[in-house]
Design a protein around this ligand. Structure first.
Ligand code: GLN
Length: 271
């Protein structure tokens, strides 16, 4: 027979165990999310850029605002160094990168992406009055690109253009590369079609896009590898927004037509 003292001890031990199990359960259950911090480039119109009053606006920003509204999260926008996006994610400074971020095999190795939500292409932009029409016309010329961007990758992967250039200037943002074109420091810029087209059509910049493109690509929202569940939550909200016509409305506002790919697909699946 167990003595009274032994019984008491067993009881105490059981109670302690129960408390411990309780503790563990509490720890496992993460607190409900209250905000989403989105990493963007300083200026990437029409995807994410400061409007006249300094507040960020654009296609991606409007999508992100609506997703956050529907999930009950506060939206925080943080300007990042584009080439350091993975470090910003790793250090917990942002929850995702959402500003015309191209899905690439290299990024997929270290980041988790939603399916592609918009098609883009890397293109060559020149001054409207310049004599450049085809890649060979840029022999011995200077081209400007955004550092750490897929424009840089596309140029490296297009030897027939890369190989004939005199110099490549790297700028931290692609609209900075535009400035080099305007100032005459560069003869051409390699950049996202979405941004170049907006600059020409909407902002009436005196630029021209060469017919020959470099690389088709897709934009996705990039998360930490460990945040696949968060990515799914954002994506399912975008699906809702596609179904009720919200994305169509935002797309028509920024692009003049509905270009959205939602429900999208990975670049990889397309190949
Ligand atoms: N689409 C390009 C990339 O992902 C540039 C995006 C940006 O500067 N915001 O590298």
């Amino acid at each position: 027979m167990m003595s009274k003292r032994m019984l008491l001890l067993a009881g105490v031990l059981l109670a302690a165990l129960a408390v411990c199990v309780g503790c563990r359960e509490e720890k496992v259950e993460a607190p409900a999310r209250t905000e989403l911090t989105v990493g963007v480039t300083e200026s990437f119109p029409p995807m994410a850029f400061p409007g006249e009053d300094g507040t960020f606006t654009g296609y991606d920003i409007e999508l992100a605002r609506e997703v956050c509204k529907r999930r009950g999260w506060q939206l925080n926008i943080k300007v990042i160094e584009w080439r350091e996006m993975e470090q910003y994610l790793a250090r917990g400074l942002i929850d995702c990168v959402w500003a015309g971020c191209t899905i690439t095999d290299e990024r997929l190795e270290r980041m988790h992406f939603t399916p592609g939500y918009l098609r883009n292409e890397q293109v060559v932009v020149v001054r409207e009055d310049s004599p450049y029409h085809r890649f060979p016309d840029l022999k011995g010329k200077v081209v400007s690109v955004q550092a750490g961007s897929t424009a840089r990758d596309a140029l490296e992967n297009t030897p027939e253009l890369r190989g004939i250039l005199k110099e490549i200037l790297e700028r931290s943002i692609s609209v900075g590369a535009f400035q080099e074109l305007e100032d005459g420091h560069a003869d051409a810029v390699v950049m996202d079609f979405i941004v170049a087209n907006y600059a020409i059509q909407r902002d009436k910049n005196p630029f021209r896009i060469l017919d020959e493109g470099l690389a088709p690509e897709e934009y996705g929202i990039g998360f930490r590898k460990t945040d696949a569940a968060l990515a799914d939550e954002v994506w399912s909200t975008l699906l809702e927004m596609a179904a009720d016509g919200t994305i169509k409305r935002i797309s028509e506002k920024w692009f003049g037509s509905d270009l959205s790919l939602v429900p999208g697909f990975y670049t990889k699946d397309k190949r």
